[in-house]
Design a protein around this ligand. Structure first.
Ligand code: RFL
Ligand code: PHB
Length: 389
């Protein structure tokens, strides 16, 4: 078989790229290791920047998002059980973020892809990438035990942090930067009314807590936990008790609790691989970089990578511009590092992970500065809504 572009991974980055290429008339296939049901059941991100919303509309997959997405004009930072609201719109000329789950984004992109009859292979085992340094790269995989080969012009590695694409690149060609944080997030999803209208990031002496939502009747909450804690150690009641104790009193009083629909622990890491292009292989999203979820940048960075990668693919295939591929890496990384900085900074500011009283005082002083200075609030707001493409 021959395709112009082979996309590895049916997460948001792979599905978004596949759809944009379809609309541009570029022949592509998506190879995914898991089943479609597995992909559709994953609970992850919840907050979309306007540039991500715009891209989903460009992919003609935004009808439900327009209907059901909830616009947030502000976010809150809470220290010492007092919440301070940062007005996003005021500091960014009217920009907002939209609460809409990654699960829904994936579903909408899968739906348009399936309706268009585009090629997607689920349960593709043992995907391997070959000859990225030459003019004739190809990908092999197994499906139901049978081997397949796809010849192509370009390969898009959209297969997440644990995928095969980045691991294909020789170590000598890639530089990686990594920071592992000494804690994780325990998340709980429940059909309860969200306790706050906006996302709340809370730093307390018991650790970090986050209030978010998926709809006006579905809440998503997180608490900082030990890095090797197990979800089995947390009954729903234990989660609610601990979560409540980390909220400002008026929120703790208003908190509605209920049975969990999902509960999981995620480790936190910062990671960047440079460059993001190796001959005919380009990486996007979590395959190339990971941010800790504080600041909600992961999915949004995956989307902005695809914005740049789409330009590069068109430049390469339609305008015969070979430099477009390296240009992709340069443009994407410039935005990636700024989002890495913001996610690292907000994680450090809002979590408890060493007992140094001086550092705690520094965080309190930084928060006091940020929440009382227009320049400070603007820095948070413009990063939170997403830096320009
Ligand atoms: P994904 O979503 O990991 O998809 C990769 C896909 O590739 C498949 N795959 C393979 N397929 C074929 N062959 C192989 N060898 C393969 N290996 C892997 C996988 O099965 C999968 O389907 O990567 P992508 O598309 O780059 O998307 C990245 C985002 O999923 C991620 O950055 C976000 O979820 C991060 N994130 C958040 N981002 C935000 O922008 N806003 C948020 O509010 C937000 N909250 C979060 C988050 C991530 C979290 N976790 C669980 C780490 C909250 C949490 C708790
Ligand atoms: C979420 O809704 O899951 C969420 C919101 C904000 C974050 C991270 C996750 O920073």
């Amino acid at each position: 078989m021959r395709k112009q572009v082979v996309i590895i991974g049916a997460g948001p980055s792979g599905l978004l790229l596949g759809r944009l290429l379809d609309l541009a008339g570029i022949d592509n296939v998506v190879l995914e290791r898991q089943t479609q049901d597995y992909v559709l059941a994953r609970i992850r991100a919840g907050i979309l920047e306007q540039t991500t919303v715009d891209l989903i509309h460009r992919a003609e997959a935004g009808a439900r998002l327009a209907e059901e997405g909830i616009k947030h004009h502000a976010m809150q930072l809470a220290f010492d059980y007092k919440a301070v609201s940062i007005d996003l719109s005021r500091h960014t000329n009217g920009k907002v973020v939209t609460a809409y789950g990654q699960t829904e984004v994936t579903r909408d992109l899968c739906e348009v892809r399936d309706n268009a009859g585009s090629a997607t292979v689920y349960e593709a085992d043992n995907v391997e990438i070959h000859d990225i340094d030459g003019d004739a790269p190809y990908v092999t995989y197994l499906k139901d035990g049978t081997g397949h080969r796809i010849d192509c012009d370009l390969i898009a590695g959209c297969d997440g942090y644990h995928g095969v694409s980045r691991r294909t690149v020789p170590e000598s060609a890639i530089t990686t930067y990594e920071k592992i944080y000494p804690f994780g997030w325990l998340g709980l999803l429940s059909d309860t009314r969200p306790v706050a209208q906006e996302v709340v990031y809370a730093n307390t002496e018991r650790g970090f807590a986050l209030c978010s939502m998926r709809s006006m009747t579905r809440s998503r909450y997180y608490i900082q936990c030990d890095v090797d804690d197990k979800v089995e150690n947390w009954s729903d009641d234990a989660f609610w008790d601990e979560f409540r104790r980390r909220l400002p009193p008026e929120m703790a009083d208003a908190l509605e609790t209920g049975p969990s629909i999902e509960k999981s622990i995620a480790p936190l890491r910062s990671f960047v691989a440079e460059p993001m292009c190796f001959g005919r292989l380009m990486l996007a999203g979590d395959a190339a970089h990971v941010v800790p979820p504080t600041g909600a940048k992961g999915l949004n960075l995956a989307a902005s990578d695809i914005h740049y990668m789409y330009d590069a693919i068109l430049g390469f295939l339609q305008d015969r511009n070979a430099a477009a591929l390296d240009e992709y890496s340069r443009r994407a990384l410039a935005r990636v590092w700024k989002a890495e900085r913001f996610a690292w900074w907000l994680t450090t500011l809002t979590h408890r992970f060493n007992d140094d009283p001086f550092e705690q005082r520094m965080k309190e002083a930084e928060l006091a500065y940020i929440t009382t200075s227009d320049a400070g609030r603007q820095m948070v707001a413009e990063n939170y809504v997403g830096l320009p493409l």
